[in-house]
Design a protein around this ligand. Sequence first.
Ligand code: FAD
Length: 388
Amino acid sequence: MVHRFDALILGAGAAGLMCAMEAGKRGRRVAVLERSDRPGKKILISGGGRCNFTNLHCRPENFLSANPHFAKSALARYTPTDFLALVEKHQIPYHEKTLGQLFCDRSASDILNMLEKECRAVGVAIFLNTKIQVVTRTTEFVVRSANAEFHAPALVVATGGLSIPKIGATSFGYDLARQFGLKIRDPWPGLVPLVLEPEDRSHYCDLAGVSVEVVASCDGQKFREKMLVTHRGLSGPAILQVSSYWKKPQPVHIDLAPDQEVTAVFRDPKAPRTSSSLRAQLRRLLPSSLADRWLDLHMLNSWTNPALAAFERQVHEWTVTPAGTEGFDKAEVTAGGVDTDELAAKTMESRKVPGLFFIGEVVDVTGHLGGFNFQWAWASGAAAGQAL
Ligand SMILES: Cc1cc2nc3c(=O)[nH]c(=O)nc-3n(C[C@H](O)[C@H](O)[C@H](O)COP(=O)(O)OP(=O)(O)OC[C@H]3O[C@@H](n4cnc5c(N)ncnc54)[C@H](O)[C@@H]3O)c2cc1C
């Protein structure tokens, strides 16, 4: 069976649905082809089921890309306020959790229902269980699935990245880009827990569950948020943020007591210089199990001022060289992707192949933790949708 449309969108995730509704609003006849049995599965599991759907403080600096300027145009033309207006139009209750992060009060399904409703209102056709077998281009794009053929002059690739293969992530978008001669920046897992080397693991991982506010830094980027010890390494927002910048064998630096001085009390000549008083000071700043473990591993061998200063430095500059990350199975996002040099920043259209667009996570633009990845999906989806 042959279906003809003005535009075909591959992938009914955040970016694909936004693009479809924007194009539909402009009167385009749009089909979204989705291999899974339902749209927006990642939206449903996002933000712990509450979907951190945008961030009020979204700036270009919240994104990684080989070209840090590329995302600016799309982000400026579709802002968090634009998405919020849509959320409010649908009377979806939401709240700001922290640092400008907006979450649904009820459930992430509110966001998915809203996008589906908007798509229905403008006549977007969504084809589920549609596994694409071949894409070709003659005078127009032809997409073949097992039992249908779709024709359109424009094709938008919104098939996401490699993170969480168990809910359907594939390399499809990258393969298609390569098929059409577009360059790819090798993808790597972002916003992902770090795994420690065996020795560090044996020192710290029995403390799994312990959490503390730190400043974690890597590759010139710093994040002050919580760190969590896990059974295999380190996680929590601060670590997830630096993980996107981490490449083996770089070290990660962790300030365990930001803006605090553990040894200040010892400036008083009357203060007893003993391990129990040092333990008491460290326990003021760190969870006691972590403070005790730190002292077991870093106990001073003298009580001189230089030894105290060295101890202080270590607390603020814990240098960890991770063995690796938990990989795409646990990564919240895929960094790298379709090289932005290949795309027009205003429309997301390929410079080499007119009518071919790439949006969302498949593009080499990756947000920090905190609603930025959805904001990129909305903004890049809207940019392409308005150009179709
Ligand atoms: C656990 C988790 C929690 C997250 N929480 C947040 C959060 O709270 N806030 C935030 O901003 N970001 C969050 N993210 C990141 C965010 O979900 C993604 O960045 C965003 O969904 C990317 O949108 P996308 O449309 O590009 O891709 P996706 O949402 O991944 O959609 C791609 C779609 O394409 C389909 N597809 C794949 N291959 C094919 C094919 N060959 N043919 C047809 N269809 C195909 C997939 O089934 C999928 O429906 C989270 C991610 C994870 C994994």
